[in-house]
Design a protein around this ligand. Structure first.
Ligand SMILES: [Zn+2]
Length: 158
C-alpha cells in the first residue's frame, strides 16, 4: 500500500512540475525559521483542486474522513498544494513547510506510514505530526519569540 501511495505521489508531482513555484521567494518572511537553501528546494502549486490519493483501500482503512477534509493545503514530499484564496496567507505556507521538513527528515515511506497511523489513532487535530505543525505555526504567528530553526526542531522531535 505504501508503495502504491508513493507511486501516486510521484505521478502527481510529475504532472504538476511545470506549475510549481520555488519557496525561495518566501525567504524574507521566514528568516531564522527556514534557510534559503531549504526554501529553494521546496515548492508550492496553486490549485483549486487539492490532489488526494482517493483509493478504495484507504477508505477501507478508515481514512475516508481525512480524504474528505476540506483543507486549504496539502503536502507531498517537497511540494505543497494550496488553494488560490489562501496563497497570500504566510502562516499557511509556514504550516505546509513544516510538513516538507517532516517529509524530508522521515523519508516518504516512513512519513506516509506514520501520518496514516496517527490519523487513525488520534484523529486529524491531535495527530502529533499535525500538532507539531500547528504549534510551530502559532509560535510563528505570535511573532514575539526568537525564531525556531524548524529543521532542527523536526530533527529532534520526529
Ligand atoms: Zn498540516
Amino acid at each position: 500500500m505504501l508503495a502504491i501511495i508513493e507511486e501516486w505521489i510521484d505521478a502527481t508531482l510529475a504532472s504538476h512540475a511545470a506549475e510549481r513555484v520555488s519557496c525561495v521567494s518566501l525567504s524574507p518572511h521566514f528568516e531564522g525559521y527556514f534557510s534559503r537553501e531549504f526554501l529553494s528546494q521546496s515548492y508550492f502549486v496553486v490549485t483549486d483542486e487539492l490532489p488526494k490519493p482517493d483509493f478504495p483501500a484507504l477508505h477501507d482503512l478508515g481514512l475516508g474522513g481525512f480524504l474528505a477534509l476540506d483543507a486549504d493545503g496539502i503536502t507531498y514530499k517537497d511540494t505543497y498544494f494550496i488553494r488560490p484564496a489562501v496563497v497570500d496567507k504566510v502562516d499557511l505556507h509556514f504550516h505546509e513547510l513544516v510538513h516538507v521538513a517532516q517529509w524530508r527528515h522521515l523519508g516518504a515511506p516512513a512519513f506516509i506510514e506514520r501520518y496514516a497511523r496517527e490519523l487513525l489513532q488520534f484523529g486529524y487535530e491531535r495527530a502529533p505530526l499535525e500538532e507539531m505543525a500547528y504549534s510551530l505555526q502559532r509560535y510563528f504567528c505570535a511573532g514575539n519569540g526568537r525564531p525556531v530553526d524548524v529543521r532542527k526542531f523536526v530533527l529532534a522531535r520526529c
